[in-house]
Design a protein around this ligand. Structure first.
Ligand SMILES: Cc1c2[nH]c(c1CCC(=O)O)Cc1[nH]c(c(CCC(=O)O)c1C)Cc1[nH]c(c(CCC(=O)O)c1C)Cc1[nH]c(c(C)c1CCC(=O)O)C2
Length: 381
């Protein structure tokens, strides 16, 4: 039988075994990802390197967004900023963006200050699929991400584990077809109705690059992985199952297969499928069916209810409302206490996080207070 997946060709394929990484001082996040009920919840925050930090804005004054992503020394510096500022963070996430995958496929992506991402030449009909680069060489197109990961892992000096990530195929397809963000998702959703087979083909093309990007990050030093399906909630449960989910499973299976072929130990994988709330969709996300270890919840799910639908003794991640950070000291403390009780009741591993990214107007000291509260109230008595 032929191999089910093509393992990417990567520069550090032969050398990862020789890497001498600094000894880990804090592996709480890795333990929780393995399903362990840790003495307190490890905590990190989506978009923890971002515009709420003055030191981030200072760097951004001198470099464009994608220049930051593409220059390994800058990406590493930005990744380390929140870790240096907040000793209470228990994980680091590499500074990059989900849209580097459409770039690797040959699409132009601009980051416009008032609009966010813009793809000036989107995919309009399936005939445009031929514009995409075939057999993407991730080492060539995205080698800068791998370099940034290695530099960061060294710079972390074992303080906390490093998370690698990618966008999910459906979320990336949304950007590639809409040409940027959208309120209605009319164009990308109409592809699913008009061109179901070509949509699946596109999702598969994207998933292949995503998987290779994740494998490359692991060989370069990433210790955990997260897939961001930020627009999963725009789909009906039927379309989530038919389109988004098979592409997510393709990623987890291809990553696991490739790492095994390369002789690398497995790393925990988290799926963050934002807005997936229907009981039937959640029931599809059982780790044993989709091969992800941790399920990230957004703020609109109750951890106990979600756990009942998901079943099993595995880890949940989340799910504080990002607006908690505007709630004032007392408001933050009360809400952390309330949500912590729900996660304790849900049982299994818990990686504390927001239910979506931290927003630009948060005061850095409020983020610090939030982390302090998580340390206090997530402690199991
Ligand atoms: C949808 C999505 C994108 N990017 C990402 C997602 C999935 C998570 C989510 O749903 O928020 C993921 C992402 N983007 C960024 C990271 C870095 C790591 C981290 O700290 O979490 C991660 C994990 C940096 C970033 N990516 C972006 C910034 C800000 C841009 C700037 O500095 O000008 C940062 C720090 C830009 C970006 N990138 C994207 C958008 C919509 C925007 C503009 C809007 C916004 O800023 O929130 C696409």
């Amino acid at each position: 039988m032929s191999a089910p997946y093509t393992v990417p060709k990567l520069a550090n394929e032969a050398t990862w075994r020789d890497a001498k990484w600094p000894e880990m001082k804090n592996v709480l996040a890795l333990r929780a990802a393995a399903g362990e009920e840790t003495e307190r919840a490890p905590v990190w925050v989506m978009r923890q390197a971002g515009r709420y930090l003055p030191e981030f804005l200072e760097v951004r004054k001198h470099h464009s967004f994608f220049e930051c992503c593409q220059t390994p020394s800058i990406a590493a510096e930005l990744t380390l900023q929140p870790i240096d500022r907040y000793p209470r963070l228990d994980a680091s996430i590499i500074f990059c963006d989900i849209l580097v995958v459409p770039q690797a496929l040959g699409m132009e992506v601009l980051m416009e200050p008032s609009k966010g991402p813009v793809l000036p030449d989107p995919l309009v009909t399936p005939a445009d699929l031929k514009k995409l680069r075939e057999n993407v060489d991730v080492q060539k197109e995205l080698g800068y991400v791998f370099e940034a990961v290695t530099l960061t892992r060294k710079g972390l000096d074992g303080r906390v584990p490093l998370i690698g990530f990618c966008g999910a195929p459906w979320t990336l397809m949304a950007y590639m077809v809409e040409g940027g963000g959208s309120k209605t998702f009319e164009k990308c959703k109409s592809w699913l109705y008009k061109y179901p087979e070509e949509s699946k083909q596109l999702l598969r093309i994207v998933a292949d690059v995503c998987a290779d990007l994740l494998v490359g990050q692991v060989l370069a030093g990433a210790q955990m992985l997260q897939v961001f399906d930020s627009w999963a909630g725009e789909l009906t449960p039927y379309h989530f199952e038919q389109f988004a989910l098979p592409a997510l499973i393709h990623i987890s299976k291809k990553v696991r297969y490739s790492l095994k072929q390369l002789g690398h130990p497995e790393v925990p994988m988290t799926l963050f499928a934002k807005g997936v709330h229907s009981p039937s969709s959640l029931a599809l996300l059982r780790p044993e069916t989709i091969f992800y270890d941790t399920i990230g919840l957004d703020a609109f799910l109750d951890p106990v209810e979600a756990k009942q639908l998901l079943g099993g003794k595995f880890a949940l991640q989340g799910n504080f409302d990002p607006v908690i950070l505007y709630g004032g000291k007392e408001g933050i403390e009360k809400e952390v206490e309330r949500v912590s009780k729900r996660f304790h009741q849900a049982g299994g591993g818990w990686i504390a996080n927001l239910g979506h990214g931290i927003t630009p107007n948060v005061k850095p000291e409020d983020m610090g207070w939030f982390l302090e509260c998580v340390h206090k109230y997530s402690a199991r008595k």
